[in-house]
Design a protein around this ligand. Structure first.
Ligand code: S3P
Length: 173
């Protein structure tokens, strides 16, 4: 059973994922990084030169391929991936999904510090909030919900481990 981290951009999927993978002693995989490696160009460049449709197709293909790997892995999805029904189906079949819930005000503050997110590059705070609100119902479909507000990444990772244990998933599963 893989552990798949779901949530809005800048919710901490990669940073918490790394802490979690270390604590559980299992590998970590960042889907955005896999896409960039596969394409030999940045996410920003993929969006700019090939468009979002191309990106989404590739994203779902790479997620589904990696979910097929036998070795248990902590997998961080990109913020828009869980909106795709085929991705959700595969994630539900082959992993435990964990939603990192961070309030939109914090997300907006964090994304402003980083220009690497083409989807929201020219968007106002209100528009980013609308994207978040549209996505909430999908994030809520995750099996485990972690309130990451006012918590360190270590605290979030500890809470994930605690909740995984409560459903019978341990470090050495
Ligand atoms: C996206 C989030 C990004 C990346 C791409 C699209 C999204 O990943 O996949 O820019 O639609 O929310 P992060 O969630 O890691 O920022």
């Amino acid at each position: 059973m893989h552990i798949v981290l779901v949530g809005m951009m800048a919710s901490g999927k990669s940073s918490i994922g790394k802490v979690l993978s270390k604590s559980m002693n299992i590998p970590f995989l960042d889907i955005d990084k896999e896409i960039e490696f596969h394409e030999r160009r940045s996410i920003k460049s993929i969006f700019e030169n090939s468009g979002e449709r191309y990106f989404r197709k590739l994203e779902s293909k790479i997620i589904i391929e990696n979910l097929g790997a036998k070795k248990t892995t902590v997998i961080a999805l990109g913020g828009g991936a869980f909106l795709n029904a085929a991705v959700r189906k595969n994630v539900n079949e082959k992993s435990i999904s964990v939603w990192l819930d961070v309030n939109i005000e914090t997300i907006i503050t964090r994304v402003k510090k980083n220009q690497k997110r083409p989807l929201i590059e020219k968007k106002s705070d209100e528009e980013v909030k609308k994207i978040y609100e549209k996505r909430l119902k999908y994030y809520e479909m995750s099996k485990i919900h972690i309130d990451c507000n006012k918590k360190t990444k270590t605290e979030c990772a500890e809470e994930i481990i605690f909740k995984l244990k409560s459903i019978g998933i341990n470090e050495n599963n």
